[in-house]
Write a protein that binds this ligand. Structure first.
Ligand SMILES: *Cc1c(COP(=O)(O)O)cnc(C)c1O
Length: 228
């Protein structure tokens, strides 16, 4: 199998797992958007999937690295929706507001205010609020009650549109624990984002996206499974 065949096979396997998870949960697979995490991927691998029209939403974790790659003319010719999934520092907020379509890792009001100030005229920057699921990890994100409060505050900022929640599950957690962590977040999501086209609950990575989708994730973030 050459590299292109391997990448197509990875992609198909992820798609099949997503479809099967949706079927088990009685969900429509159309309501699940694959966020391809390209942060560790080789340029050639990313270009290979782009040329086949398989990447619509991509996730990068570093502002500078993302900008360098996606402003390269070869990459820039593909109309992908770009998400920042890594933590955002204040000193990168201006660049991030210009470059990204989505900031999925928002976890404080001061960063939101800075982003709002730097969004270019005519653009609406989409954001997700990052929720911290456990206390036992040194994770970024806010505990759920504070995250919900931040959603209300961000709704007052005119250049941002808050579209949902993102969370990272603890690595290696058993399925029962994952479900117990995802359930209250899904409930809050349904209450806080009851309707609309652009509502995203971004749960699940390569190791746990099947459970996350069964529990209602609409934007699983998948890197290593796609680019293995
Ligand atoms: C790297 C990363 C991912 C993708 O992880 P994989 O295990 O490679 O699928 C998803 N979400 C976030 C926030 C990440 O930093």
């Amino acid at each position: 199998m050459n590299r292109e065949e391997k990448l197509r096979k990875n992609f198909q396997e992820v798609q099949d797992s997503l479809s099967a998870a949706c079927q088990r949960a009685g969900r429509n697979v159309q309501n699940v958007t694959l966020l391809a995490v390209t942060k560790y991927a080789q340029d050639e691998d990313v270009l290979c999937l782009l040329r086949q029209g398989l990447l619509k939403h991509i996730g990068e974790s570093r502002v500078q690295q993302a900008q360098k790659r996606w402003t390269n003319p070869e990459f820039a010719s593909f109309p992908v929706i770009k998400h920042l999934i890594g933590h955002l520092q204040h000193n990168k907020a201006a660049k991030a507001a210009q470059f990204f379509d989505f900031i999925d890792s928002l976890d404080d009001l001061s960063t939101a205010v800075l982003l709002d100030k730097h969004v270019p005229a005519g653009k609406i920057l989409r954001v997700l609020v990052q929720v911290k699921l456990t206390t036992r990890e040194t994770q970024t994100g806010l505990p759920l009650p504070q995250a919900r409060e931040l959603v209300k505050q961000v709704r007052g900022l005119k250049n941002l549109k808050v579209c949902g929640y993102m969370a990272i599950a603890p690595q290696g957690a058993p399925e029962s624990e994952l479900r117990a962590l995802f359930t209250p977040l899904k409930q809050a999501f349904d209450e806080d984002f009851p309707t609309g086209q652009e509502r995203y609950l971004s749960l699940g990575m390569s190791e746990d996206f099947v459970v996350a989708v069964e529990e209602g994730s609409t934007l699983p973030r998948i890197g290593s499974k796609l680019f293995a």
